[in-house]
Write a protein that binds this ligand. Sequence first.
Ligand SMILES: Nc1ncnc2c1ncn2[C@@H]1O[C@H](COP(=O)(O)OP(=O)(O)OP(=O)(O)O)[C@@H](O)[C@H]1O
Ligand SMILES: O=C(CO)[C@H](O)[C@H](O)COP(=O)(O)O
Length: 702
Amino acid sequence: MSADRIGTDKIWANRIWRDPVFRFGLLLKLALAVLLAPQIQQQWFVPFVAHAIAHPALDPWSAFLAAGGDPMAYPYGPAMLIAHLPGTALGLLAATLAGVPELTGIGFRLGLLGFDIATLYLLLRLWPQRPRMLLWLYWWSPIALYVTYWNGQTDIVPVALLLWSLLCLREYRVRRGGIALGLAFAAKFSMLLAAPVLAIYLWRNKRLRGLLRPFAQGFAITALLSLAPWLASPGFVRMVFGTPESLRLFDLALPLGHDLRVYLTPLLYLLAVYGLWRLRRISFELLVAATGLAFFLVVLATPAPPGWYLWLVPFLVAHQLHSDRGARVLTGVFSALLIAMHLVYSSGASLPWTGLDPAARLAELGGALSPHLHSLAYTLIVAAGLVLLVQMLRERVARNDYYRIAQKPVTLGIAGDSGSGKDTLSRALAGIFGEHSVVHVSGDDYHVWDRYAPMWKGLTHLNPRANDLQRFNNDVLALMDGKPILCRHYDHGAGRFTAPTRIDKNDVVIASGLHALHMRGLRERFDVSVFLDLDERLRRAWKIERDVHQRGHPLATVLASIEKRMADSRLHIHPQRGLARLVLRLEPVNARQLETGDALEHVRLKLVALIRNGTSHERLARILIGICGLHLDVQSSEDGSEVEMSIEGEVDADDIAMAAHTLVPGLEEMLDIRPQWEGGMSGIMQLLVLIQIEESLKSRIR
Ligand SMILES: Nc1ncnc2c1ncn2[C@@H]1O[C@H](COP(=O)(O)OP(=O)(O)OP(=O)(O)O)[C@@H](O)[C@H]1O
Ligand SMILES: O=C(CO)[C@H](O)[C@H](O)COP(=O)(O)O
């Protein structure tokens, strides 16, 4: 069981269940379920479900029609019927035993109450931060109370299934998420509106793309198994597909000539889906907002029956939970207008035990009022709804931190001498973001000549003139701007360049090279600039090891090249140290380990990190000591703009992952589903760069 779930279950058992706000709400709902008998349930739903129980048949729809049932009685799919069976069956049993027919309807409504409680539980799993507020917002939602207990609609069933699907997506249990959405669809076809939104969320996030297939399979198989057996049933086709409700989607239309119309509701929905598609990356909260907005658009642009407004409730709850009082006031106004109008113009409930029929009185009132008043009230609802929709769009999308951060790639520049670990760090960072989300531009691919060119007799690779820095600059900027580049690759095995290949934009752009921070224009565009300032003895040891054993150079050539490059290193590489936001220096704890010829992987390392203009070092230091068990020495410059941390000790990848979870939770949706954290100093370097990324991205929001 996930820690999240255990946490929510504890909140549920200890806080919600005992909370008077919940208990009074439950009492009220129980009382409403017992006292009120909504007309549509009495006339349609309950007779249908009771018939399906009393006369079991493979095709309850046709059987009901054959028995003279009303074709309007049950325009829902099999999942809805299954959801209604247990409560209604118990009610029917009690009704038969006690000889009180009203008990069947009460059983039906207690079943709905079960889905109402399930919805509250799912909302709490989705947003456990403020349980009391959530309780008020959902459990006492006037729209939910009105729709389910007065008007009697059963949309709470597909809504609960849709929320289950969303929760599964957030927890990466995607096949189950697809099944849940398939069931929501098999309960009520309009839930299909959510399917493209969820699919786009999975597809547009490269880290989640692989999950789309199991999600789609879960959805398709469930929908097919639930619906296929009945597609040949004339009763099902007539009652479910022939429903006038779904045709309302086509009511709002623009006539174009005699036979042609543009259907505006589907058009608006498609535009909203396209808008979502255009987003570069979508966080879970953006997905929730987009699903809510898509439903909202459809509901506002359709003469929606009351049940459809229930689809909005979870999304309005999320909106109010994350916004200020303005959102609650606006939702209150919208709810009040909506309920006032539907009380008068839509069907309601009677009080069978008392013989009272307040809904009939309200309907009489509605009949007596001018039809203009109905339209006027509807206009007011649409106006309030549009204001609320714009507010949701502004606050849940346009001001969403993730939206503002993630529409441009994260960009990193990594400079350092040859063999200082630029490629190694780039690979380590690709490991946490996921290879699928990273494009890496290496400075080596921009050397002007290959290994066999005579120019190397006079120049070293460390001289900027030996590298096409202008092209490096332009290519990295192009990727930052979302354009593809054509780039050749320097093959260190052959010492030659490959033919140019196309490199596409990606969510994270890493530009590493001897001169990655050399050019000001590019340097200033990096979110984070890193300089690797390796201990010289360590750098030589690692470089020699790599060049001799991996790249096949003779030892004497490597040693001669290191000496030859020293002057250029001082002149052209080292000055970049002063330009980087983060300087990382690895040193051997005991330099004698290098001299005694110990295997390089056994050399114990210490990391000295110089952080410029950082703000998180105090928290970082606490976590590195507290969670990772490391030894730290922290020195600050007088004005506090530079902090130097010396970090020593052993740490494993799990502790680094835990530290990242604590320090940068907001970035987790940018990382791979299973980020490859490393142990030791490499893991700390991953963490330090990530913290700098978070700080820099925050400045995009300011
Ligand atoms: N953090 C590290 N931990 C252990 N070994 C490392 C680390 N960083 C680098 N190395 C070692 O140093 C060698 C050189 O590293 P790398 O190839 O990443 O350097 P580079 O800066 O990309 O070099 P060049 O500019 O010459 O391409 C690697 O083969 C690796 O063995
Ligand atoms: O300094 C280097 C990279 O930063 C390399 O020495 C340069 O890329 C040349 O590679 P090779 O020795 O394989 O020809």
